[in-house]
Design a protein around this ligand. Structure first.
Ligand code: GNR
Ligand code: NI
Length: 169
């Protein structure tokens, strides 16, 4: 069990673009195990490797009520299936305590590798579809606060800066 530190906005390392995983081996599975430990401990419904300062395309998610349905997405590719959108009040473990409405495509197809390196395709719905897009954004160096107004984002940045100063003093 290894719960690791989650980077917090506005840490510039969260802006790093993650590289694809070339081989799903024991090293990658160790990262995945640490990610699940960290996500369940937080607790959160998803975590991207970027958030623990590992800049490889690895995502873990569990949107089930009883935390019993772990999902792994390595090198996830998303295609948008139609124009329909979905609004959700999003939060992020890297921006703790803040929630804002984000509009995203509702119908997507996801192609990825599982923890055995086997390719799978799924068409997620609802919260799972939201979460996968939120995590894919992390891998691209993007955060949900990038979708809100600069005024709101700067306010959140100010509050996070203050919080981090209090922690370090
Ligand atoms: O735990 C999380 N909850 C959440 C709620 C609404 C939309 C997205 C999320 S993901 C977030 C965990 C996280 O920060 N993943 O990157
Ligand atoms: Ni997040």
């Amino acid at each position: 069990m290894a719960v690791v530190e989650i980077l917090e906005f506005p840490d510039s390392r969260l802006r790093t673009v993650a590289k694809p995983v070339s081989k799903v081996d024991e090293r990658v599975r160790q990262i995945i195990d640490d990610m699940f430990d960290t996500m369940y401990d937080a607790p959160g419904i998803g975590l991207a490797a970027s958030q623990i300062n590992v800049h490889e395309q690895i995502v873990v998610i569990d949107v089930s009520d009883d935390r019993s349905e772990p999902l792994v997405f390595i090198n996830p590719e998303i295609t948008v299936l139609d124009e329909e959108t979905f609004e959700y009040d999003e939060g992020c473990l890297s921006v703790p305590g803040f929630y804002e409405t984000v509009v995203r495509p509702q119908h997507i197809r996801v192609k990825a590798l599982d923890r055995d390196g086997k390719e799978f395709v799924m068409e997620p719905e609802g919260l799972l579809a939201v979460c996968i897009q939120h995590e894919k954004d992390h891998l691209l160096g993007k955060l949900f606060v990038d979708y809100i107004s600069p005024l709101k984002r700067n306010r959140i940045r100010g509050k996070m800066d203050k919080l981090h100063k209090q922690k370090s003093s």
